[in-house]
Design a protein around this ligand. Structure first.
Ligand code: NAP
Length: 541
């Protein structure tokens, strides 16, 4: 497609081709693609720099849990050849540095309005454009509105009784201060045992005088075996990058290095099974549950993997009371599997304690610390590692209004309704990157982001080439897609626990499995078929 407009960089208040919300990895790549199409875009970003989740999540120990050589963009051969990752799983500062490098390398910053939190987005039917308003009252109008708002970006803000009475310092992992926090010789309490806590607990424990973990649900975690990357392995990967990226697209989780088993767990001997789990325990990270094809669908198969990990926890954690508390009772993989560096080992320190908040619930915070139904704990610092309003939280924090002034919040009051996780009926010319109903958080986010951005830009080219003004998902096709998303999730063990995948961590949130569990390759094939059919399921006018 020939470039339609010269890319301008000023913010002159007239109508852009596209307004993109968010400058994380999704928003940056979308901007780059639209620049390549000659579309005039602006990105609105709440933070003062690019990076999205990696801008905000600066808590100690924050790292990616997909290997960095794969948790990176594939769209530019030059970029993937020139960038050097230092660790198998890189630190948050390094990932943020990478995001900054991408922004500079592709001259993206001049199109991004930083410190611009979006308050509302309203579709004007007469003009077929979106008006996006920031909290400061600035208005940006665009033919297309692209929500690149992230899936785990809206933090679950602590609502504990008495929080304002607490005289110490308190922090939320997902909104960590840029200057860092000094835990040296401090008595610290942390609430939560999800991925953020699993990563931060061992690092905080190194400095703190004492660390008390308030646990509601014990979590499965697999050793990360993190290490610096060797130059020979990096070279080998770089020489084979195109093959690796192609294989990632064929893996259900978008990870080429994930070794996917082909047998059912109960079809192999116990000894063989154990040695397979052992091999994966020593190498695999999140690929641990890919050992057998039915771990995610069959309770008995699941229990073989779960009990292997529980045995490991008992071997590692010397205090049998702590070990028992740390042993999960859920199915494995129902909540997102964590990978860690010394998580369970950290509990062998005498200054690290664990409190079961099921037995002794938290009543609230006091002047001095945290009060449970049993006693008061005194802390200098309290850390809330209590997660996110996942997948829908960031979108619904914006007052999005489509045709007939219907709000997305109203439309999604019984749970999100999308076609392919990309669009929602009644909200023309709006696309969501890695939205609910797409593989998204069940996959390597970079692979899924690229798949969505490529698909959206293909669709936008299609519309522009035909001089069309509006595109909208059809209700029937959206309904069928949502039925399919629910049906696929029903066939798994994903509903068997209270995870953020089903919105159970947010009081009042409708219990619905949010991402698409059919796997990335199957999903991409469906998206490609839709495109090949001239974007079936959408009305283009
Ligand atoms: P999370 O998995 O939702 O964990 C939140 C924790 O806080 C859970 O243990 C939860 O208990 C607990 N909690 C919440 N409210 C509580 C309350 N009122 N009282 C007591 N405990 C409470 O959140 P997260 O650890 O931030 O991780 C979220 C997701 O972000 C991860 O699953 C992952 O996808 C992503 N993430 C990725 C990385 C990485 O790639 N390296 C790192 C961090 C996060 P329950 O389990 O009982 O609800």
């Amino acid at each position: 497609m020939a470039p339609r407009l010269e890319t301008k960089t000023d913010f002159d208040g007239d109508v852009y081709d596209a307004v993109i919300v968010g400058s994380g990895f999704a928003g940056m790549y979308m901007l780059h693609k639209f620049n390549g199409l000659g579309l005039r875009s602006v990105v609105l970003e709440e933070a003062s720099d690019v990076g999205g989740t990696w801008y905000w999540n600066r808590y100690p120990g924050a790292r990616c849990d997909v290997e960095s050589m794969e948790y990176s963009y594939s769209f530019s051969e030059e970029l993937q050849q020139e960038w050097e990752w230092s660790y198998r799983y890189s630190t948050q500062p390094e990932i943020l540095q990478y995001a900054g490098h991408v922004a500079d390398r592709f001259s993206l910053r001049k199109h991004i309005r930083f410190n611009s939190r979006v308050k509302s987005a309203k579709y004007d039917e007469g003009a077929s454009t979106w008006s996006i308003r920031t909290v400061d009252g600035d208005i940006y109008r665009g033919k297309y509105c692209i929500m690149a708002t992230g899936t785990l970006s809206s933090v679950n803000t602590p609502k504990f009784e008495g929080l304002s009475d607490f005289q110490g310092e308190w922090y939320v992992t997902g909104r960590w201060p840029h200057e860092g926090v000094d835990f040296k010789n401090k008595n610290v309490g942390i609430i939560g045992t999800g991925s953020s806590a699993v990563q931060s607990i061992p690092v905080i424990a190194e400095d703190a005088a004492s660390l008390t973990v308030f646990q509601r649900t014990a979590n499965y975690s697999i050793p990360a075996h993190n290490r610096p990357l060797e130059s020979e392995e990096v070279l080998k990967i770089k020489q084979n990058y195109s093959d690796i990226r192609a294989r990632a697209k064929k893996n259900r989780a978008g990870i080429a290095g994930m070794e996917v088993g082909t047998e059912k767990a109960m079809d192999v001997d116990e000894e063989v099974r154990k040695s397979e789990y052992q091999r994966r325990w020593e190498n695999e990270g999140t690929g641990f549950t890919a050992a057998y094809i039915d771990i995610g669908t069959d309770l008995m198969a699941n229990e073989t993997a779960a009990s292997f990990v529980k045995e490991k926890i008992k071997e590692v954690v010397k205090d049998p009371i702590k070990a028992e508390l740390l042993s999960p009772t859920n199915t494995i993989g129902c909540k997102r599997l964590c990978i860690d560096t010394n998580y369970f080992e950290t509990y062998n320190n005498d200054h690290v304690h664990i409190v079961d908040v099921n037995k002794t619930p938290i009543k609230g915070l006091t002047r001095n610390g945290i009060e449970t139904t049993e006693r008061e704990y005194n802390f200098d610092i309290v850390v809330f590692a209590i997660g996110f309003d996942a997948m829908t939280g960031a979108l619904l924090s914006i007052d999005i209004r489509g045709k007939d002034d219907v709000s997305l919040k109203e439309k999604w009051s019984e749970g999100p309704r999308t076609y392919l996780g990309l669009a929602s009926e009644g909200f023309p010319n709006m696309f969501t990157i890695t939205g609910p109903g797409s593989p998204s958080v069940l996959s390597n986010m970079m692979t899924s982001i690229e798949q969505h951005v490529d698909w959206i830009s293909g669709f936008v080219s299609h519309i522009e080439d035909r001089d069309k003004t509006t595109v909208e998902a059809n209700k029937d096709d959206e309904d069928s897609w949502m039925d399919h998303v629910a049906e696929v999730a029903d066939g798994t063990l994903r509903y068997s626990c209270n995870s953020w995948y089903v919105g159970a961590n947010i009081p009042g949130k409708k219990r619905i499995f949010l991402p698409y569990a059919g796997g990335l390759p199957q999903y991409s094939d469906i998206c490609d078929k839709v495109a090949d059919e001239g974007y079936s399921g959408f009305t283009i006018s």
